[in-house]
Design a protein around this ligand. Sequence first.
Ligand code: ZN
Length: 138
Amino acid sequence: MEAVPPPQPLIDIDSHGFWNALADGRFAMQRCSTCRLFQHPPAERCNACGSTVAYEELSGGGEIFSFIVVRHPTVPGYLDDLPYVVALVELDDQPGLRIPTRLAGAEPTDVSIGQRVQIALVDLAGGNHTVAVFELAE
Ligand SMILES: [Zn+2]
């Protein structure tokens, strides 16, 4: 039986810059032209002050703010990887700037809150997209 691919991103007018950057090998988020805050998920305007936003590259470093261990087969495309960790990573670039992500290559028993992580860009099976995952830092 052929494996079912994982869900694919639904790219819209606000998020296309995020996905285009990943396709070019860069990790970028929207940053306000006025108050200079990064924001994620993407939106039409700055969530803090309503000004215009543009995509800027991030450092790719952060730490685990929170995480769960997925043990049940709920998401197609990842059934052979159980159990795996889904983490909420707080990025180094701005306090409170967080992204939900898959923590790749880590045993759930080796993961704890506050651990350093580093971004990794991987091709998503079943389509033509690059996605950002994180790995435990060395
Ligand atoms: Zn702003």
